[in-house]
Design a protein around this ligand. Sequence first.
Ligand code: CMC
Length: 430
Amino acid sequence: MPKDSVTITDNSTGKTIEIPIRRGTHGPAVMDVSGLYKNLGIFTYDPGFLSTASCESDITFIDGGKGVLLYRGYPIEQLAEHSSFLEVCYLLWYGALPTKDQFEKFRWIISHHTMVHEGLREFYSGFRRDAHPMAVMVGVVGALSAFYHDSLDIRDERSREISAHRLIAKMPTIAAWAYRYSRGEPLPYPRNNLGYAENFLHMMFSYPSEDYTIKPVTAKALDLIFLLHADHEQNASTSTVRLAGSSQANPFACVSAGVGTLWGPAHGGANEAVIKMLEQIEDVKNIDKYVAKAKDHNDPFRLMGFGHRVYKNYDPRAKIIRKACLEVLEELKVDDPLFEIAMRLEEIALKDEYFIEKKLYPNVDFYSGIIQRALRIPTSMFTVIFTIGRTIGWISQWGEMITEKVQRIGRPRQLYIGEAKRDYVPMDQR
Ligand code: CMC
């Protein structure tokens, strides 16, 4: 009997099979159940994929118990302190940290892909002004595939690389325009002499009629937010991108599917939901009432920005962004009653038995909502900013998936619990 295996017996038939165990670099081993159906005629059932590894990957690793997050093996704390979002993009896409020359070339390429086709610009006028910017993102990102036909050959390495460059470079332009359009303002062209975060701020807030000065603290904080959101292994939106890609859809279509998934309040939409929740709480004196609501199973209210599927001790990104958040609040001298509510809520929830027992710690979205508000980013743009950061993760995971030796369309199975086979009844006999 092989040492690294699990024996499974179907007690109804007495049939026994060996399931091989596979071990990665870090993290729990996996049972390779790919032969289970063939050998035992049984599927596995795992709603929400609580126990299922959907792929092999060498991009990102999370240890939720220990609060570890590694991009290509590098701890997030070290990258947050010493690196930049663009360097992390290089790392995630190419698999290694760049040399100085490689990085300069990469930076030049990204800054020279920031413009979008003029025809795409006209798309914006078709949206209602009050459309949520994420709705615009889903549409415009998907539409990229209608404009960049020359990089749609998913079997060609250079095509894939150009698509990745385009997505990283154009996402801030598309995102900032979604905001400017909602305000009836001009859609500013990118400025290639600016850094990645600075250029985004320029497109978000500058006016052709006056000079716009970017505060270094604001650009630095935004770059950190992008970096912390760059990848998070097989989360809902990334799994969506992989699943879409498994059908051999083009990368722009796959990433737009990821944008749609990220929008949900249980995923990337949580940072926006945090601010809405703080506004709903309204006053420090109401916190106890809302904490009680969050604990009541008959009440759908949840403390937004608390809890995580994977991190059960703390979210390492939250620890980093919390520190940055306090620095930004201090440096920008922001006076906002919502911050008082947020800090008090954090304090109460961290001491409350319910939250301690269920390991519900503040996650990255709790602080990213607060820091973005301090940076005067409009609430409706919070998830859009997450989208800009996560684009590199999506495209890197897509690139990994599309170059796997064995290409199979993602096709989960199900446990059918509907009606047994029955005969059609003509309408006049029902
Ligand atoms: N407030 C109150 N109770 C909660 C919360 C919360 N925020 N989160 C989980 N619980 C309770 C939940 O009711 C359940 O209780 P019980 O075991 O008694 O039924 C228990 O904790 C486990 O919850 P779960 O929903 O089974 O956990 P999950 O791993 O499926 O969900 C989550 C994780 C993040 C969706 C969830 O914690 C949540 O809805 N949090 C609020 C939304 C949020 O902040 N999302 C951002 C996640 S981080 C960014 C990202 O990676 O996308």
